[in-house]
Write a protein that binds this ligand. Structure first.
Ligand code: NAD
Length: 260
């Protein structure tokens, strides 16, 4: 199953229609690439329509079937338009990766109402709206995979009340959705990445990064591909009996009890 010494080979997602939100950048883009390599038809859904279309064109140039579509996952109308657009262009959705997320935290003393509201609207309401739309099409077909991208931060992160609590909601939603959808043949699982080298993480100030790296057992940043390989496993037949689980892709950071 090795490819160039890394990752997974084969076409275990052949013919599957996958929607990846927030896929114009970072982890989502790596997931879209990995799914395309596994044979999936991929919808790159992002609030940045231009970068979503560019990413889809680059994937299509490799022979993959990919489309780029704009969505704001916090908007019910936009999510409905995304799912009807995907169904029209690629077919009914088999796999949903709820990856779109933002982090605009200042800690309890400075966080504003609008920052709190927007973070939860994207990180939590986005998971609800996309999962509801996906479930509506998956339930009648009695098949489907939902993979949520939470964060190791849900365990607690100094100064990150807003972000961490929004991701705690994603973990909790994963577990309840998994119970509700199991009888319909749909699995729902959750990834909890640690420090992954993406534009989102690079926006953290140097002093914060230095502190975070101190509490990093493996001592290195993760690569977006590390998360993509785990997402592929949750989407693949190999994980068919696994639901409601949280998989940490964090270089051991979740093992530390103290806040980082
Ligand atoms: P990123 O900023 O590189 O990518 C996020 C993408 O989401 C961007 O393309 C952005 O345009 C898109 N997006 C933002 N708001 C959106 C919205 N309302 N609707 C649709 N798309 C939207 O970030 P990333 O690091 O790749 O993060 C991806 C996910 O992984 C997020 O949920 C993040 O919280 C989570 N995560 C990241 C890390 C890390 O260290 N990078 C760690 C843990 C969890």
């Amino acid at each position: 199953m090795e490819r160039d010494g890394q990752g997974i080979a084969g076409r275990d997602l052949a013919g599957q229609v996958a929607v990846v939100t927030g896929a114009a950048s970072g982890i989502g883009l790596a997931v879209a690439r990995e799914f395309a390599a596994a044979g999936a038809k991929v919808a790159i859904a992002d609030i940045d329509a231009g970068r979503a279309e560019d990413a889809a064109q680059r994937l299509a140039a490799t022979g993959a079937e990919a489309v780029g579509l704009r969505v704001d996952v916090s908007s019910r109308e936009a999510v409905a338009a995304l799912f009807s657009g995907v169904e029209e262009r690629l077919g009914p959705v088999d796999v949903l990766v709820n990856n779109a997320g933002i982090s605009i935290d200042h800690g309890i003393r400075r966080i504003t109402d609008e920052e709190w509201r927007r973070t939860h609207a994207v990180n939590q309401t986005g998971v609800f709206l996309c999962s509801q739309a996906a479930a509506a099409s998956m339930i009648p077909r009695r098949k489907g995979r939902i993979v949520n991208v939470a964060s190791r931060a849900w365990l607690g992160w100094y100064g990150q009340l807003t972000y961490a609590s929004s991701k705690g909601g994603v973990v909790s939603a994963t577990r309840s959705l998994a119970i509700e959808l199991a009888k319909h043949g749909i699995t729902v699982n959750c990834l909890a990445p640690g420090l992954i080298d993406t534009p989102l993480l690079r926006r953290e100030p140097h002093e914060v990064m230095d502190r975070l790296m101190l509490a990093q057992p493996m001592g290195t940043l993760g690569d977006p591909a590390d998360v993509a390989w785990a997402a592929r496993w949750f989407a693949s037949p190999a994980s068919r009996s696994v639901t409601g689980q949280v998989l940490y892709v964090c270089g051991g950071k979740s093992l530390y009890a103290q806040p980082a």
